[in-house]
Design a protein. Structure first.
Length: 261
């Protein structure tokens, strides 16, 4: 089994889609752990209805609004399996996502190479794979998180070992409630790389107008210290002058936003 972990906040209008995609899985060996980060819409009523249907093994927890990283930290402790797949509440999965994850974990274990989890590609709801085309001759790659971002040039679907997520929880600085995920994924994959299936999509993503991706600048201004820590770390990891320069520019942006906050 694996755990599908979903942090959510006011996503009543998209949760049904994710739920339907989970009910349609061709392998039901998973639990769905939902951490409600203080929703004030009908999220709780909808999840109660899901639980009442009895189609899935669902664990629901509510907390005061503290931000997505806090919800992930809380959810990791609630998961009962060895592997955790973080799926946002405005996204969905392909019908073979769980079986693909379990097969990948078993194959990785049989290969006897160190790994911190398994990774796959994402696509948009119109069917377009995100990032570079799926034409890798060697479909299985072992990469750390920064290497993967450079190779695929897109968001990726990560399923990590629970032990790794417990060792590297999201930090919180100066009461800021957000921290870039790549910082944590880097820490985890510094220990052991992720086994990626470079050509396989299992995750369908949507970027909503009020989501983190489309509100990057606002997040940068709101949480400058956390982003500053991330960009300082990422500067050391990037190899190209262009990417290092970008990290440096962002770092100084954060310094400016700190002063005017």
């Amino acid at each position: 089994m694996i755990s599908v972990l979903t942090p959510t906040y006011n996503r009543y209008h998209t949760l049904q889609r994710l739920y339907d995609s989970l009910c349609a899985q061709d392998c039901m060996s998973f639990e769905w752990v939902i951490v409600d980060d203080g929703s004030i819409d009908q999220t709780r009523n909808m999840i109660d209805a899901f639980i009442a249907e009895g189609k899935l093994q669902i664990k629901y927890a509510y907390q005061e609004n503290k931000g997505k990283p806090s919800a992930i930290n809380a959810g990791v402790t609630l998961c009962q399996t060895d592997y955790i797949f973080i799926v946002d509440s405005d996204d969905a999965l392909t019908k073979d996502a769980v079986s693909a994850l379990i097969n990948a974990v078993n194959e990785a274990a049989e290969a006897r190479l160190p790994f911190s989890g398994v990774g796959f590609r994402k696509a948009t709801f119109d069917g377009k794979m995100m990032g570079v085309p799926p034409d890798f001759r060697e479909p299985i790659l072992y990469l750390n998180a920064t290497e993967a971002a450079g190779v695929f040039k897109a968001d990726l679907a990560y399923c990590f070992k629970k032990d790794s997520l417990l060792r590297y929880p999201f930090p919180f600085y100066k009461n800021e409630r957000f921290f870039p995920e790549l910082f944590i994924w880097n820490k985890i994959t510094d220990e052991s790389k992720i086994r990626f299936n470079a050509n396989k999509v299992i995750y369908i993503a949507e970027f909503l107008e009020d989501g983190l991706t489309k509100n990057f600048k606002k997040q940068l201004k709101r949480y400058p210290y956390s982003f500053k820590v991330y960009y300082a770390d990422q500067f050391q990891r990037e190899k190209s002058i262009m990417k290092k320069s970008k990290m440096l520019i962002r770092y100084f942006q954060c310094l400016l936003y700190e002063k005017i906050k």
